[in-house]
Write a protein that binds this ligand. Sequence first.
Ligand code: FAD
Length: 468
Amino acid sequence: MSEQKKVVVIGGGITGLSTAYYLQKEAKEHNLPLNVQVLEGSNRLGGMIETEKKEGFTIERGPDSLLARKPSVFRLIDEVGLTSDLVTVSTGKSYVLANEKLHEIPSGSFMGIPVQVRPFVLSSLFSPQGKLRAAGDFIKPKSKPQTDQSLGHFFRNRLGDEVVENLIEPLLSGIYSGDIDNLSLMATFPNFYQLEQKYGGIVRGLQKTVPKPPNKGTRKKPSPFRTLQNGLGSLVEAVSDSLEEGTVQLETSVTQIEKRADGYELKLHNGEVMHADSVIITTPHYAAQSMLSQYSFMDSFKDMPATSVANVAMAFDQSAIQQDINGSGFLVSRNSDYRITACTWTHKKWPHTTPDGKALLRAYVGKPSDQGAVDLSDEEIADIVLQDLNKTMNITQKPEFTVVTRWRDSRAQYTVGHKDRLKQIQADMADELPGVYLAGASYEGLGIPDCIDQGEKAVENVLDYIKS
Ligand code: FAD
């Protein structure tokens, strides 16, 4: 490759930023004449990642946790020199609110599925009948092979409704902000299907494959979550600071992508046109569909739902919380009469975020069946949160301040069949729009590490395409 090639990354969330970072790294290391441009529609970088510092508190408006077993985000953190800022969760306990009471999540489980039987048998979260039904996983034969099914259908069949509704559903809804009876097993946890098919049951399969816990007396199992001392926004800042000057254009929305003989023409919101040899679209699926609306193969993105959530951070004086609880927070079971879906006791989970003597709580509203909650006023949302929290925590004073953040249509729903539909779109795209790629939370995983993985894969694809 001798003449310069222009690669445009659309979207400046973590997917777009990591893509641009690795493209420029490759260009530097292999002396490739690449011009990388990131076009971001809003006036800030980071997309769903946003940290706010206020009165000594570090408040995450979006994500706050990085899953330790997924390496790509830690590689990126290392690349940009932030490894010494990594912080581990301070407390191991978390709870589920079910039947109006907080129940500790039984230890020895993986995504709510028991790996060790004893903590499950002793747990107050399930009735004796619920436990008996879950034990059915050991004797039920594996199900007939299926190309896909809902998470709810799969887990209800293996473990029964009670374990699903009191534990698995709150855990999975916390990740996907969706209804597990619609979400695709194969697009979210295909490994559970494979365990069932290989070992005849998921508990047995996990017991055979999950590493054994350390023996009594040996070191405690490390927590599965990490964050950054100065908030996850510091990763966005460090990655964007590492990009070459002039890489990013803020307040620049792409409205349409047109194929031309010499590459692509990107129409911008202000009427300008930009040429690209290759394009990586890291926006939500509905924005990607709108940019490529002339291609009917993108139509299935019109039917792909996305849910909204509101994240509510409340700062208190510690004395306001009469009944503080030892743990990192709680999830709310589907059958509870609560409008919040979860609450993190941030001052316990991440003590570095909160000044001494203060408390920081973070709750979510916007269940799939209560999407209207996200559109209420800040005051109404704060009232809902306080009323719900007071059912378990006895909070005697008003918050010192409240920060409400609405993430509208942010949670792409991988409904049953998602993987096949995406595969078809990617195949059609490869045929009709060579050099254009999709990456990000709407496509192949919505955790931060999954987004970075997709960015890295897109970099490989672009380099192969440009060199070909
Ligand atoms: P986005 O962050 O959505 O970025 C896409 C960007 O594209 C945006 O900046 C947008 O403005 C821009 N854009 C859109 N249209 C256009 C256009 N036409 N032209 C130009 N630009 C455009 N993940 C975790 O791993 N751990 C967590 O603890 C966690 N918690 C979460 C909590 C909340 C409240 C939310 C909302 C998400 C959470 N996630 C978590 C998920 C994770 O934050 C996101 O999936 C991830 O940050 C998405 O990154 P992205 O770059 O793919 O998309």
